[in-house]
Design a protein around this ligand. Structure first.
Ligand code: IYR
Length: 229
């Protein structure tokens, strides 16, 4: 991790040259257009096997990597899986946890809450979708010299980066599923990630199946999610 602690030998502050200001009318139009685009995103659980260009995945990950993070430590790792055998093992690991969840671990109230989504312990999409991206949060960063620094606001930072990633993939024309088999420790073992890294989300990425169905559920309107003072 050569960039940390910080750019040695370079100025500590530089002019903000990247910010783009728009006329107000254009801002309103841009905000409308973004909302119109992002509101089309639906979590998808049926994917085709069709491959997607790796560069799209790489650019979306670059976008995710621009997310703000605690002390700019960027406490995340994205393990990208396209290998069929590894996807098969991930499916096996996830379904083992999910069977336990649906038959024993989940209280009835939780199962009732999931009923509208139609989920169960079968996760075929973990093999059909061309890419799985396991998103890990890092409690600490191990530096190139073997030193370690503590990371801050890890769940918040990782979640923001995941949001950027999901939006970037949608923007590029791909569907995603935020899958959270729980517990997810089997991912550390399968993907060789150290124990100070915690898996947060297994993001399933690809094209929706032609006959893909999604739950008929909506989002709360603005007056239910925001208050203005
Ligand atoms: N992890 C399980 C259960 C599940 C839990 C929640 I909260 C969801 O929003 C969806 C599913 C599964 O993936 O089936």
């Amino acid at each position: 991790m050569s960039r940390l602690p910080f750019n040695q030998g370079q100025p500590a502050f530089i002019p903000l040259s990247t910010f783009q200001r728009y006329p107000e009318a254009e801002m309103v139009e841009r905000s409308r257009a973004f909302y119109a685009d992002i509101r089309r995103r639906k979590t998808v659980r049926e994917f085709t096997r069709q491959l997607v260009p790796r560069e799209v995945i790489e650019n979306a990950l670059r976008a995710a990597g621009t997310a703000p993070s605690g002390a700019n430590h960027q406490p995340w790792h994205f393990a990208v899986v396209s290998d069929p055998e590894l996807k098969r093992k991930i499916r096996e690991g996830a379904e083992t946890e999910e069977r336990e969840f649906y038959t024993h671990r989940a209280p009835q109230e939780w199962k009732d809450a999931l009923a509208p989504l139609g989920t169960d312990s079968d996760k075929p999409f973990l093999e059909t979708a061309p890419y799985l991206i396991a998103i890990f949060g890092q409690k600490k960063t191990v530096l190139d010299d073997g030193g370690e620094i503590k990371n801050y606001y890890v769940p918040e930072s990782v979640s923001i980066a995941a949001g950027f990633l999901i939006a970037a993939l949608h923007h590029a024309g791909l569907a995603t599923l935020t899958h959270t088999p729980s517990p997810m420790n089997f991912l550390n073992q399968l993907l060789n990630r150290p124990s100070h890294e915690k898996p947060y989300i297994l993001l399933v990425v690809g094209y929706p199946a032609d006959d893909c169905m999604v739950p008929n559920i909506g989002k709360k309107p603005l007056d239910e999610i925001a208050s203005f003072f």
